[in-house]
Design a protein around this ligand. Structure first.
Ligand code: GDD
Ligand code: MN
Length: 383
């Protein structure tokens, strides 16, 4: 019998050149969430290569199926360079959840989290690593520590938003930080693995989430860093991200008693009631019969609620294209059951002038829970 040919291992570069340790492992994993960052991925890998010379490292891009096919580019780089990896997620959105998945895919002792748009200064990484090696639980690149620079924040409203968020977060945080909203930090994987099951995992503020979910008070070291201006692509942060941020704080403040999604769903529902009342009032003014105005108002409120839930409550599994219309139809069907009851209640209230009764309040509460439970499982079920 002939022994099989001893085929040499296929390697794009030798492990010594690649920056990985001789056994192919990395000391430091840099997790980079990305969405539509095609122009930035190549330059970022080159910048890491420069900044981390002498260290064994790898970078994991976690891409949410970017329309600009960032994931394709990252995988092409990965095919030629063992230090580059890419996770492509389908049907999901979210910076925090992308980071969590990237970290969980790593086996390195140290993890850094950093943006994929070149706004974070990769040259700070060695100092951050040294700080954690030296005993810090988390090393955090701060734009607001003495010597830091936040000039990359594109607009005045971003500066105000940042200041407001820091103020709000500081009330909850067990440690005083100049930049709890930073998206650039380094920690031991062991620590992350420990808190991972408790993370809220939604929105933009993964660092806050980690600190608030930790079982003990963490030693956080802040290093001043410059937040550079974005060169290509666009920021994905918007007002709805802020809503999610507040919901995350509420979740943490209540010890996870109220899940964020339910808070958001109930808030949207409350807004829907206001919309409903407003449309009835307008309808009555332009001369519609009460019953007609009520039906029109219910329809308008349902469409508005669907849109808001899709944009906020279920932002991470947002529906679009044909799925959006299918979702709207299902949502109206599901909530129609609740709405029919509500219309009935409203009409009898209107006729009897008996006002808001405990029974109608209970009815509304049951309606919210019904709508939440059914729409979570049917309309926005995770694929
Ligand atoms: N996978 C994935 N999914 N990545 C995302 C998503 C998403 O839904 N949304 C954003 N990203 C990626 C972006 O591609 C980028 O690499 C990084 O997350 C940061 O997103 P930006 O849209 O550039 O955010 P920013 O610059 O406005 O905000 C950054 O700075 C803030 C401080 O002002 C982030 O680091 C924030 O966490 C930080 O608070
Ligand atoms: Mn950015």
């Amino acid at each position: 019998m002939r022994a099989p040919d001893p085929t040499p291992p296929v390697e794009a570069t030798s492990s010594r050149d690649s920056g990985l340790a001789a056994d192919g492992t990395a000391e430091l994993t840099i997790v980079v969430p990305c969405f539509n960052e095609a122009a930035n991925i190549g330059p970022l890998v080159a910048a890491l290569d420069q900044a981390l010379a002498g260290l064994s490292w790898e970078v994991i891009f976690v891409d949410d199926d970017s329309p600009d096919r960032s994931w394709e580019l990252a995988k092409r780089l990965a095919a030629a360079d063992a230090r580059v990896r890419c996770v492509r997620r389908i049907g999901r959105r979210g910076l925090s959840s992308a980071v969590i998945e990237g970290v969980l895919a790593s086996a390195s002792p140290f993890i850094a989290v950093m943006d994929g748009d070149l706004q974070h200064d990769e040259a700070r990484l060695p100092a951050m690593l040294a700080a954690v090696r030296g005993g810090a639980d988390i090393a955090l690149a701060s734009r607001f520590a003495a010597g830091g620079d936040a000039s990359g924040l594109s607009a005045a409203w971003r500066h105000r938003l940042s200041a407001g968020g820091i103020e709000l977060a500081s009330r909850l945080l067990p440690v005083r930080l100049t930049d709890p909203m930073s998206g650039f930090f380094l920690l031991r994987r062991e620590l992350f693995d420990q808190v991972a099951p408790r993370l809220a995992g939604r929105g933009f503020k993964i660092l806050l989430d980690v600190i608030l979910s930790a079982p003990r008070r963490l030693r956080v070291v802040e290093l001043p860093a410059t937040f550079r201006a974005r060169m290509s692509g666009q920021s994905k942060l918007d007002v709805l991200v802020l809503v999610q941020f507040v919901a995350m704080l509420a979740d943490k403040a209540t010890g996870g008693l109220l899940p964020m999604r339910f808070i958001a769903f109930a808030a949207v529902g409350a807004l829907g009631i206001l919309i409903d009342l407003a449309v009835v009032a307008v309808g009555r003014r332009v001369g519609l019969a009460f019953d007609t105005a009520q039906v029109v108002a219910t329809l308008v409120a349902m469409v508005a609620n669907f849109w808001l839930n899709n944009a906020i409550t279920y932002r991470d599994s947002r529906l679009s294209g044909p799925q959006l219309w299918r979702g709207l139809a299902l949502f109206m069907l599901v909530c129609g059951v609740g709405a029919a009851a509500n219309v009935g209640i409203a009409q009898s209230l209107y006729r009897s002038h008996s006002g808001w009764t405990p029974a109608s309040a209970a009815g509304a509460a049951i309606g919210v829970v019904w709508n939440y439970a059914v729409s979570a499982t049917l309309v926005w079920r995770s694929r």
